[in-house]
Design a protein around this ligand. Structure first.
Ligand code: 16C
Length: 256
């Protein structure tokens, strides 16, 4: 634990100055902290139903509708060996990796670079027949949070994505209907300590992942099709994303 704390001391513990000065900052701060709290609540209470299970991966959902549209919240947990929470969050956040793991993506641009830990993305996603194609405009914020809840005080990283507006990219003007999303990925690193004199190797590291998502389809989409699509696509996403992380990190020095 001390070694992990020492390793983490050099990394960012607070958001960068330019993010704090941005017009969206109060919202980014509020939603990110709310999402962290929500992710840590677990699935014991709150009516979560298990819908997918594979190895250490568990996926839960709650059936919910808003204005006749399916908005089922999703919560997933997974345990991945050989990568740190910082590495997993970096890969989820950084635009350079996205096409390597995001299978539903058709196109992506960075609309604004708020700071090195906060970006605004515009994405178009593959069309689901018979609904219209969807796009999403959202800020994405990544940070390390000191963990005062856990007596072991493990390293904790979060990426939070939340829909926003931008005057240059108004919704529903072209062929796409805009979806509205709140997503978070929370990662904790655990080290199974090797003998004192040994350095920490990838085989000694485990990353515990919690992924939460609520997506409002923004317009008509048949409920049965939508539920069938997310039951197939979310497990596919988490398996593909985590194996992509393992593959990206395996020959690189560990980033705590
Ligand atoms: O969190 C994930 N990815 C992040 C980075 O891209 C980010 C993006 C979230 C996108 C949310 C979904 C947008 C609509 C997708 C349309 C689905 C196309 C499926 C095509 C199948 C051939 O936070 C990982 C996201 C993993 C997404 C799994 C799929 C979720 C389906 C939800 C249904 C949305 C409504 C679509 C209405 C037609």
């Amino acid at each position: 634990r001390d070694r992990l704390k020492q390793k983490s001391a050099s990394v960012l513990t607070t958001p960068t100055m330019s993010a704090i000065e941005h017009r969206l900052w109060p919202e980014i701060e509020k939603i990110t902290m709310e999402q962290l709290h929500y992710a840590r609540l677990g699935v014991g209470a709150g009516g979560w139903q298990l819908f997918a299970e594979d190895g250490d991966m568990r996926m839960y959902r709650r059936e919910e509708e808003a204005d006749g549209l399916v908005v089922d919240p999703l919560k997933a947990c997974h345990v991945v060996k050989g990568v740190t929470g910082h590495e997993v969050c970096e890969i989820f956040f950084s635009p350079e990796y996205r096409t390597g793991w995001e299978a539903t993506l058709e196109d992506m641009i960075v609309v604004e670079k708020v700071s090195k830990d906060t970006l605004i993305f515009l994405q178009t996603h593959k069309r689901i027949w018979p609904a219209s194609q969807r796009d999403a405009l959202f800020w994405s914020h990544m940070r390390r949070v000191s963990d005062d809840q856990d007596p072991d005080a493990h390293d904790l990283w979060i990426v939070c994505n939340h829909s926003t507006e931008h005057p240059d990219y108004p919704p529903n003007t072209g062929k796409c209907v805009r979806v509205y999303l709140t997503v978070c990925l929370v990662c904790q690193t655990f080290i199974d300590p090797p003998k004192d004199e040994d350095e920490i190797k990838r085989e000694n590291i485990t990353c515990k992942i919690t992924y939460c998502s609520v997506v409002n389809p923004g317009g008509w989409a048949p409920a049965s099709v939508l539920r069938a699509v997310y039951k197939r696509e979310y497990p596919k996403f988490l398996k593909r994303f985590t194996s992509f992380c393992i593959d990206q990190c395996k020959d690189k020095p560990i980033t705590f």
